[in-house]
Structure formats: structure tokens, C-alpha cells
Design a protein around this ligand. Structure first.
Ligand SMILES: Cc1ncc(COP(=O)(O)O)c(C=O)c1O
Length: 280
């Protein structure tokens, strides 16, 4: 259900009926970017980080984007919303058939407002059961890190996860067997007091929550290492957790049949997220 939609300056309250040109390159090629933002107490959480990722990815892909105008329009769009999830979609705009874009075509900017999401409270409190996806992610250095609109890999992975009864997230590896992230999250783990997360320069999304937690770990004096890791290293970890900017942090209490308790570093970072929510 979409509560409200804004497309290039036009707002529609019955969001599901909004229309977009069939010539939009977001539809034809996934030629665009998006952000999914938690709205808490009417406030978009981690907003600067979302806008900065959108701006730097747009610059890297050569998509025209006016961040200041978008931020002003988005603030107006959110008026009256309290607890919700909002999306910002930016596409390269319309063009004829063929991959070559029209350099003069204006980009398309879309905002959508959705009902808030809810999960069992046990996910954050006791932790989740997680599995490991069999389907690998491709190596994609041109797109790695960006939250681009080509999400077919995640669609297939989400369908695979749905076949694992009781599992709420899954580790996803690349074709070389390196751990990348979750199906819809980034992943961290703790080994001997050191926080780890995979590098994201060949596959995966550089999550804003991951970035916020990395910064918080630095402030808290928790050592952090980013690198190339194999599944065995995650399975042997003292603590494992998934994160994204909508649900926050889910500790993993069972991964591929191995049980563990949410540990002190996970709990420390969960407090940071709770403070972020509570500040609204
Ligand atoms: C594939 C994938 N990786 C990572 C993330 C985490 O991103 P963020 O922290 O920006 O929400 C998401 C979020 O939806 C995702 O879909």
C-alpha cells in the first residue's frame, strides 16, 4: 500500500494510482537509484546519510540530481506523517529505445510514503534465526556500493529466503565464496572484541546504517576491520548481527544451526539505535 506519491513536483494522495511514463529508464533498465528511509515521530532518520549516498551515487552514475531542492520538497512531502517508511527514487528520466541516454532528458524524482513496518519484538531482543543463501551474488565493480534500481538479484534471494521456514535473514556470498551482506541488510560480526564487516567494492550495498554503526564503533573505541572474509569466519564469530536503516539491528541467535547469544558489542550498538529512535 502506498499512502502518498510525489512525482516531479506533483503530489497524489491515492499513491497507488500514480502514473509514470513507459519511456522511463528506471523501468526499462533499472537506470536509477533509491533510498528507503525510516520516518519516526515525523523525522526521517539518518536523512543526511541517505541524501549523501544518493548524491554521491548519482554523481558516480552521471544522473542529474539537485540535493537541496530534493530535500526541501521531501520535507514538504512528509508533512503530517508520524511513523512511516518513505522512499526516494531517482531515475535518469525518459529516453527512446537503446542503452544510450539522452543527455538533455531531465531526471525523474519520485517520493513514496508507506505504512510503518513492524517485526516481532523478539527479533531485536532475543535475536533472529538466519540461514545462508545458495544463490551467489555476481561481482559487479561498476555498481557495487550503490543503492541502484537493479534489484533482481535481491528479488531472487528474497524468494530463496522465503523457502527457509523460520529464518528472518540470510548471509549472501559472492561467486568467489566471500561473504557480502544479507538479503536486505548489511552484516557485522565480532571476533575477539574486533568488529568486522565485508568490503563492498565488488558486490553489495554500502548501507547508511552500516556507515552509522561504523562511526559509532569508532566513537566507542570498538576496533573495526573491513576485509574479504569466508563463511567459516562468520560461523566462528562470537557475535553476529544484521542491520539496515529501517529495522535497525537484529542480533543473530542461530546461524546455520550454530547457536550464540547476542553479545555486548551488539547490545552496545543496539542502544545507539534505540537512542536514535527515542530522540524523535
Ligand atoms: C541488499 C541490501 N544491502 C544492504 C542494505 C542496508 O542498507 P541501508 O542501511 O542503507 O538501509 C539494504 C537495505 O535495504 C539492502 O537491500
Amino acid at each position: 500500500m502506498i499512502r502518498r506519491v510525489w512525482i516531479n513536483g506533483v503530489t497524489l494522495e491515492q499513491g497507488d494510482t500514480a502514473v509514470l511514463s513507459v519511456a522511463d529508464r528506471g523501468l526499462a533498465y533499472g537506470d536509477g537509484l533509491f533510498e528507503t528511509i525510516r520516518i519516526s515521530g515525523g523525522r526521517p532518520l539518518l536523512f543526511d546519510a541517505h541524501m549523501s549516498r544518493l548524491g554521491s551515487s548519482a554523481a558516480a552514475l552521471g544522473i542529474v540530481f539537485d540535493a537541496d531542492a530534493a530535500a526541501t520538497a521531501f520535507a514538504g512531502f512528509l508533512a503530517g506523517s508520524d511513523e512511516a517508511v518513505a522512499k526516494i527514487i531517482l531515475t535518469r528520466g525518459n529516453s527512446g529505445r537503446g542503452y544510450l541516454p539522452d543527455p538533455h532528458a531531465p531526471s525523474t524524482l519520485i517520493f513514496t510514503l508507506h505504512p510503518e513496518m513492524s517485526w516481532p519484538p523478539g527479533h531485536a531482543a532475543q535475536g533472529i534465526v538466519a540461514t545462508v543463501c545458495q544463490q551467489p551474488l555476481g561481482i559487479s565493480p561498476l555498481l557495487a556500493g550503490h543503492k541502484h534500481l537493479n534489484r533482481l538479484e535481491q528479488v531472487l534471494l528474497r524468494r530463496e529466503l522465503a523457502t527457509h521456514e523460520g529464518a528472518s535473514e540470510a548471509l549472501v556470498l559472492d561467486v568467489g565464496g566471500h561473504v557480502v551482506e544479507g538479503v536486505f541488510s548489511n552484516v557485522f560480526w565480532v571476533q575477539d572484541g574486533v568488529l568486522h564487516s565485508p568490503r563492498l567494492d565488488r558486490a553489495g550495498v554500502r548501507g547508511v546504517m552500516r556507515q552509522a554503526l561504523q562511526a559509532e564503533a569508532l566513537r566507542a573505541g570498538i576496533p573495526f576491520e573491513e576485509g574479504e572474509y569466508r563463511l567459516e569466519q562468520v560461523l566462528a564469530a562470537d557475535e553476529v548481527f544484521f542491520c539496515n536503516s529501517i529495522y535497525g539491528i537484529w542480533p543473530v541467535r542461530q546461524l546455520a544451526a550454530i547457536e550464540r547469544m547476542p553479545g555486548p558489542i551488539t547490545r552496545r550498538l543496539q542502544r545507539y539505535w534505540d537512542e536514535m529512535l527515542g530522540a524523535s
